[in-house]
Design a protein around this ligand. Structure first.
Ligand code: HEM
Length: 387
């Protein structure tokens, strides 16, 4: 599987290509980077932060130059290694307390119900539902006033768009402008919160400020990162769930009125249709993977989508089953960089699917348009008749 020369139809059916990559173990790419696809290999790499780094300064310096996008991505915890990563992560996880997340739940329920009320009989479930949830949730998380949330989604898409491997001047300009505007907005929001702190037990931004452990730049860039990290991924989780359940009537029927079955179904969606299909790391020292020599400094593509259908871990890995027990998938990665927002993402996914099924038990998907990016798996449009 060569990432720069994917065959036609790849996005609809990547699974045979993933299976071949798993079989091979390691696939050298034309630019010298190496793709890995087995569950055991990815698990080991995610845990070994000394052997495989996340730091992208070397990669991003020529890509972005001395620009706001460079400052943003190199300050986000996901593209850092210890000690900066450890410090920022401790503050973030400390702020996402169960009480802070608990406070979001009633707002999330009201948001989901309001969106369901407004759906027409024929609806695009991405625009009208899945994509409308995560930005509002992160807005609630940071207590961004409702009437100021308009630009958040556009900023987030522009910043993420600038992560594409081939960056056009227009993408770079839009991404840099988005970082600059987003920073200016957050600077004001943080100043207001410093002047009038919220309850640190439940207010995430107040907690991030109050600890005093983050510099102003770390605080602002990581607030931007939280929005970006939780936005498209969670949209795709919800969209992929509604698509998969439409194709698997038995699983859908089992979910009706059964919260535990919905939980299991959401885990199967995370496993089988992982919103984030690829992670990446850089080898710190020379190593060999399945006969392929990997020199220090080599970029590694970690195919989460392939690892999550590895027959060495799951029986009948391509089948939807609601009795698989404790999740072992890598949809949220693993090790010290494991997703900080996984509890929130699961809460959003479960609640959205449960309430959607309760309201529209006989919905039918009538048309789809997939996003054509290899890293993010999901739909741009998911048309349905709600019944
Ligand atoms: C279904 C939804 C989501 C998926 C599939 C997902 C997936 C991931 C993955 C694979 C990583 C690891 C990246 C790496 O190190 O290579 C990650 C990291 C992260 N995610 Fe999520 N994520 C989701 C939702 C969220 C949400 C809602 C938030 C916000 C609260 C969030 C915040 C983060 C943060 C802050 C990191 C960086 C952690 C670190 O580097 O230590 N994610 N996520």
């Amino acid at each position: 599987m060569i990432l720069t020369a994917l065959p036609p139809g790849f996005h609809d059916d990547p699974w045979p290509h993933y299976a071949a990559a798993r079989e091979a173990g390691a696939v050298r790419q034309p630019d010298g980077s190496v793709l890995l696809a087995r569950h055991a290999d990815l698990s080991a790499i995610y845990r070994d932060v000394a052997g495989y780094r996340s730091d992208k300064r070397e990669v991003f310096a020529p890509k972005y130059g001395d620009a706001p996008l460079y400052a943003h991505h190199t300050t986000s915890l996901v593209f850092n290694d210890p000690p900066l990563h450890t410090r920022v992560r401790r503050v973030l996880t400390g702020a996402l307390t169960p009480r802070a997340l608990g406070r979001l739940r009633p707002r999330l329920e009201a948001l989901v119900d309001g969106l369901l009320d407004r759906l027409d009989e024929e609806a695009d479930l991405i625009e009208g539902f899945a994509a409308a949830i995560p930005v509002e949730v992160i807005g609630d998380l940071l207590d961004v006033p409702r009437d100021e949330r308009g630009p958040l989604r556009g900023w987030s898409l522009a910043i993420l768009g600038a992560l594409e491997p081939m960056l056009t001047p227009a993408q770079a300009a839009a991404g840099n402008a988005a970082v600059t505007e987003f920073l200016a907005y957050l600077r004001d929001l943080v100043a207001l919160r410093r002047a009038a702190p919220g309850d640190p037990e439940v207010d995430v931004l107040t907690r991030l400020i109050a600890g005093g452990e983050l510099s102003e730049a770390e605080l602002l860039h990581n607030c931007i990162f939280i929005l970006n990290a939780g936005h498209e991924t969670t949209t795709n989780l919800i969209g992929n769930a509604l698509w998969l359940l439409d194709r698997h009537p038995a699983a859908r029927a089992a979910c009706a009125g059964d919260g535990r079955a919905v939980e299991a179904a959401v885990e199967e969606v995370l496993r089988m249709e992982s919103p984030n299909q690829f992670g990446n790391r850089q080898a710190v020292r020379d190593c060999v993977w399945h006969g392929v020599e990997v020199a220090a400094g080599t970029d590694l593509h970690l195919c989460i989508g392939a690892a999550n259908r590895d027959g060495a871990v799951w029986d009948d890995a391509d089948a939807v089953r609601l009795d698989r027990g404790a999740p072992r998938h890598l949809a949220f990665a693993g090790g010290p960089h494991v997703c900080v927002g996984l509890t929130l993402a699961r809460m959003e996914g479960r609640l959205a699917v449960e309430r959607f099924l309760a309201r529209f038990p006989s919905y039918a998907v009538t048309g789809t348009r997939r996003g054509a990016r290899v890293r993010f798996r999901g739909f741009e449009r998911l048309e349905a008749r709600l019944g």
